[in-house]
Structure formats: structure tokens, C-alpha cells
Design a protein around this ligand. Structure first.
Ligand code: PMP
Length: 426
């Protein structure tokens, strides 16, 4: 494959943008390919190479690159009528109504401009509502580029994972391994009265895709209830992807107090949202005292794109379609692995998937689970699936970067360059 144009663009980019990119995950070795345009489930780079796209913008593009006419028309209408006003519009009310109608725990919603902004505001809201400072996150979880969650370490021995974050931020952030109810119980025993919230993805989507074991979220829900803490589900990835319009919380039957959204709810435009019970969400200014504001929040073009995308999904069996494709793909990958590399693992659910290079991974797993994990109870290999961030890091993660990603790229398959990030099907 010829990549001359991409290489030249990257050289230019390197002199005017740090690392040549605007989001660090895009800086792949030796250089990223620059995209010219999307085409259905494919992208075409500036050198004319065509790839089947399993990145899908890191999740927002449920419908792929060819937006249905209704979405295109709405985007066009709202961008030509004047892109934004700094005053409310009907379309943001309509999207809020749609979200509250479909997501079980959400009675009210505040729109913002990114997943990061959503989790930042959710953490501030939980702290403001409870009058407590500490939050609990999962080891290996990701909640965007925010000070409170960029931490490493265990329990209350945490420190910032990036320069530029004062140690004092990490002092208020405790961590537990995902899927370890005893660790969560111990932490609550010691710090329960100071914990404002537990913040977790319902399925770890930034760490090789790790499913909750039966009862784990129920334990977190109970611990939060017993100690007056809030449960925050970060559904930035899983929202309107896993479990369809009900999101992952509907699929698992768990009612979080606060939910953060991003990605799909903006139909491919910059978005984030914080939803939950009215009593809590109404603590945001101007209804309450927890400050929250944004020039671009509830942007009409984004709201219209999100609304028409979700309407299209509701009316056209989109979830049956993409989840069916996901199941076929995971089963096919599983079949190939069984034949060629039985020690590797196919993980995922709904329209998400990943291959984890689990060879030599000692501790909790040494095999692979059934494609999908929807049949958690009946799956004979469930016990040997990756259960937390540690299991995933035990895998040969560099194999993905060194071999798999470049080889697949050369075959015309666009995957995330990082072993930990999920792949998406449109
Ligand atoms: N939370 C989760 C679970 C995410 O996966 C991400 C980004 N992938 C974020 C928050 C941050 O979203 P954004 O990149 O839109 O700021």
C-alpha cells in the first residue's frame, strides 16, 4: 500500500500539532493514515487506500459513514439556519425527551460537549449532592481526560497517572479491581462515609472489553445504597450501543443514580450528557447550586444529529442488525482462533469486539470464552475469561501493536492501534 500523502501530511502535522494529532490515540507508528472520506462501513485514506472500518470514530458512528437521509437533512437544516444561538431550541428538548423515555434510570438530562465533560460534571454533581469528596473508580477503567480519574494505584494508595495533576486530586480517588466484590466491600468499610460515588463503566470498554460477573453491579448498587453514596454508570461507550435504546443498564437491570453519555447520542458530532434521577440532576445550576455551564452545550446541529440517529435506530431494527453482525463476526473469529491460536480470546457483546492475546497469561485465565459473553451463565469457559484490568494487561498486548494492527491495516482493515480499545461494528 502506498502511503506517501499520509506520510507527508504527518510531517506537516508534526511541526504544528503535538505528536501530529489532536487525540493521542491517533498517533500510530510509524505514522497514521490520514482519512479523505468515509463510505458506508469503509474509510478511504488520502492515498486512495480503502479500509473496512472497525474503529467507527471510536464508537459514535452506529450507522456508519453514510448517514441516513433523515440525519443528513436535519444536520443540513440546523447548520444552515444559523449554527447556534446561546439560547434554548426545541430540538434539545426533543432529544432529552427521547433519552428519558428510553433509558430506565434517567428522568432528566444535561447535555455537554464530550464524554470527558460529562464525567467531570457527574463527579462534581455527586460531590455536591452528597457533600463528600471521595470517588471510587475501577483499576483499568477510563473516564476521559479528567483530573479526578487519571489515577494509578490501589485502594487509597493512588497517585496521578499524568504529570500536571496535583497529588491532591488523587487523594480523593480510590480504586478497586473490577469484578472484585470483596475489595469494594473492604473499601466501603473503611471509607464509606466519605465516598460520594462509585464511577464505573457497566462493561469495561477501554480495557479489552471486560464483562461484569453475575452480581457485581448489584453489589456496587447495594454498597452505595447502604453508605449514602451514588452509583454512576459511565455509558459513554455502551450508551445506545449495548442493550439498544435502554443502554447497558437496561440490559443488566441496574438503576444507577447518574449516567454519563457521549458518542452515539450526538450522532457523530461532539457530545456528552449527564442523566439521572431528577432530584440529583436538578442540583445543577440554575435549578440547583452545582455549577455547570457551556457555550456549545445542547448545540442544535449535534442535538438534531443525535435525535435523528436514535429515531432511525428505533424505527429500523438497527440493533438487531448490528448485534447480529457482531455475533457472526465474533463466532467467525472464534472459529479461526480455535484452529490457529486456541490460546487467544475473542471478547465483546452486541456490536463490540476485540481479540485478546492471552497466551502465557498466568493468573485468572488461560483459555478463551465463547464469542459474545451473552450466554454468561451457560458458557463453559466463562470462568477463564478476562475479568479485570490486570487479566488484560497480563496478555501479550504488544503483539497487537507490533503484529496484528499493522498486518490488518495492510490487508485493508482499520482497527484501533491500541490493544485495549474496543472495535465497533456499524
Ligand atoms: N468515558 C468513557 C467510558 C470513554 O470511553 C470515553 C472516551 N472513549 C470517555 C469517557 C471520554 O469521552 P470523550 O473522548 O468524548 O471526552
Amino acid at each position: 500500500m502506498n502511503h506517501e500523502q499520509s506520510r507527508a501530511l504527518y510531517d506537516r502535522a508534526l511541526s504544528v500539532m503535538p505528536g501530529g494529532v489532536n487525540s493521542s490515540v491517533r498517533a500510530v507508528r510509524p505514522y497514521p493514515f490520514f482519512i479523505e472520506n468515509g463510505d458506508g462501513g469503509h474509510v478511504v485514506d488520502t492515498d486512495g487506500n480503502r479500509y473496512i472500518d472497525f474503529v467507527m470514530g471510536y464508537g459514535p458512528l452506529l450507522l456508519g459513514h453514510d448517514l441516513p437521509e433523515s440525519v443528513q437533512a436535519a444536520v443540513q437544516q440546523y447548520s444552515t439556519e444559523g449554527p447556534m444561538y446561546g439560547a434554548p431550541t426545541e430540538v434539545e428538548v426533543e432529544l432529552a425527551e427521547f433519552v428519558t423515555r428510553h433509558v430506565p434510570s434517567v428522568e432528566m438530562v444535561r447535555f455537554v460537549n464530550s464524554g470527558t465533560e460529562a464525567t467531570v460534571s457527574a463527579v462534581r454533581l455527586a460531590r455536591g449532592y452528597t457533600g463528600r469528596d471521595k470517588i471510587v473508580v475501577m483499576q483499568g477503567g477510563y473516564h476521559g481526560a479528567q483530573e479526578s480519574t487519571l489515577v494509578e494505584g490501589e485502594g487509597n494508595h493512588t497517585h496521578p497517572s499524568s504529570p500536571g495533576i496535583p497529588e491532591s486530586f488523587a487523594e480523593h480517588t480510590l480504586t478497586v479491581p473490577f469484578n472484585d466484590p470483596d475489595a469494594a466491600r473492604e473499601l466501603f468499610e473503611e471509607h464509606g462515609e466519605d465516598i460520594a460515588a462509585v464511577l464505573t463503566e457497566p462493561i469495561l470498554g477501554n480495557y479489552g472489553i471486560v464483562h461484569p460477573v453475575d452480581g457485581y453491579h448489584e453489589t456496587l448498587r447495594e454498597l452505595c445504597d447502604d453508605h449514602g453514596s451514588l452509583l454512576i454508570f459511565d455509558e459513554v461507550i455502551t450508551g445506545f450501543r449495548v442493550g439498544g435504546l435502554q443502554c447497558a443498564q437496561g440490559k443488566f437491570g441496574i438503576d444507577p443514580d447518574i449516567t454519563t453519555f457521549g458518542k452515539i447520542v450526538g450522532g457523530g458530532f461532539p457530545v456528552g450528557a449527564i442523566g439521572g434521577k431528577s432530584e440529583i440532576i436538578e442540583q445543577f445550576t440554575p435549578a440547583g447550586d452545582v455549577f455547570q455551564s457551556g457555550t456549545f452545550s445542547g448545540h442544535p446541529v449535534t442535538m438534531a444529529a443525535g435525535l435523528e440517529t436514535l429515531r432511525y435506530a428505533a424505527e429500523n431494527d438497527v440493533y438487531d442488525h448490528v448485534n447480529g453482525l457482531g455475533e457472526r463476526l465474533r463466532a467467525g473469529l472464534q472459529e479461526i482462533l480455535e484452529d490457529q491460536a486456541p490460546e487467544y480470546t475473542v471478547v465483546g457483546t452486541d456490536s463490540m469486539f476485540k481479540v485478546v492475546f492471552t497466551r502465557d497469561a498466568p493468573d485468572t485465565f488461560d483459555g478463551h470464552c465463547e464469542a459474545g459473553c451473552q450466554q454468561r451463565e451457560s458458557c463453559p469457559r466463562f470462568e477463564s475469561c478476562p475479568k479485570n484490568g490486570h487479566d488484560i494487561t497480563q496478555a501479550e498486548t504488544e503483539r497487537w501493536e507490533r503484529l496484528f494492527w499493522p498486518a490488518m491495516k495492510d490487508q485493508g482493515v482499520f482497527l484501533t492501534a491500541n490493544q485495549f480499545e474496543s472495535q465497533f461494528i456499524c
